[in-house]
Design a protein around this ligand. Structure first.
Ligand code: PDD
Length: 288
């Protein structure tokens, strides 16, 4: 039986219900986090809770729980779930309203939801052979740093990739790389790891931060900068990162091989290194 957290109580998911007048349902008026859990230890929980606080502040919602309360919710969900590796969803919406109205209700009672699901890390084959991506214009709003539940554009963009037989869509805003439909994107060129600058056009990824930290620890040169369309297409390597996918190599973009020479269309050597560092880092977290 899958247990969830809803508005102060833990209950079977099958028994959980919210009002159809919930602003999360009617307007996508809410924010969320997805936290990976390895061997029942949440990975970077403090950072996820900090970003949740930032998202709530950005949509003008008071955090309904303290950090300790959030930690307890997560601990309880993780302990109850049947798997050792999990993906924990935390979601807060602006709650129900008496009548449909864009304006905030006079009294806001947020809906708070938590759920632990089985973590599906990418199959080995995707890591060994790499994934295919397409690219398109970033059609989303100008608050992409907010981890909002209103994900219609992201869903359409991810679906576009899947229907083209690819795994991710890389987004460009006015010719500059922003991110993927549900991931951050890195570029490797001449031995340097290039990362897009954090701003309102992309989500400040927790995995993005880990990758840059691991690069610094291991003396891999990095540069955080605007990355143009041409630079992405001339990349030696392209990676995508997210809490559930970790780090994955993108080996074709719009049907063309990424990279040149021996590793064209195949995962590159810096990816192999980063993947190893990432797995080692996870193991240190799991040891506690
Ligand atoms: N999404 N950018 C977007 C648009 C995302 O949706 C995600 C992750 C990321 C990567 O962020 P992080 O490393 O903190 O997971 C970047 C999650 C996994 C999701 O929506 O399921």
């Amino acid at each position: 039986m899958t247990l969830c957290y809803l508005d102060g109580a833990f209950l079977p998911l099958a028994e959980a219900s919210i009002s159809p007048m919930d602003r999360g349902f009617l307007f996508g008026d809410g924010v969320y986090e997805v936290i990976p859990v390895y061997s029942r230890r949440p990975f970077r929980l403090d950072e996820h809770l900090r970003r949740l606080q930032q998202s709530l502040a950005a949509i003008r919602l008071v955090n309904p729980l303290s950090v300790d309360e959030w930690r307890n919710v997560v601990a309880h969900l993780v302990a109850q779930a049947e798997w050792d590796d999990q993906s924990v969803l935390l979601q807060v919406t602006r709650g129900p309203m008496a009548q449909r109205n864009h304006a905030f209700p006079a009294t806001v009672k947020p809906t708070v939801f938590g759920l632990a699901e089985k973590l599906h890390t990418p199959p080995d084959e995707q890591r060994k052979q790499g994934i295919a991506a397409i690219s398109t214009a970033d059609i989303r709003w100008l608050r992409c740093h907010v981890k909002a539940t209103s994900l219609l554009a992201n869903c359409l963009l991810r679906q576009m990739a899947l229907e083209a037989g690819c795994a991710e869509t890389i987004l460009f805003r006015d010719g500059i790389l922003s991110e993927g439909a549900a991931s951050n994107i890195f570029v490797v060129k001449n031995g340097v790891l290039l990362a897009p600058q954090k701003n309102h056009l992309m989500l400040s990824g927790i995995t993005y931060d880990v990758v840059l930290e691991l690069a610094a620890t291991n003396s891999l040169p990095t540069e955080v900068c605007d990355i143009g369309d041409a630079e992405v297409r001339a990349a030696d390597e392209l990676w995508m990162t997210s809490s559930t996918k970790e780090v994955l190599p993108i080996v074709t973009l719009d049907g063309k091989n990424v990279g040149a020479g021996r590793t064209a269309g195949r995962p590159g050597p810096l990816f192999q290194q980063m993947y190893g560092w990432y797995q080692d880092f996870k193991r240190t977290v799991m040891r506690g």
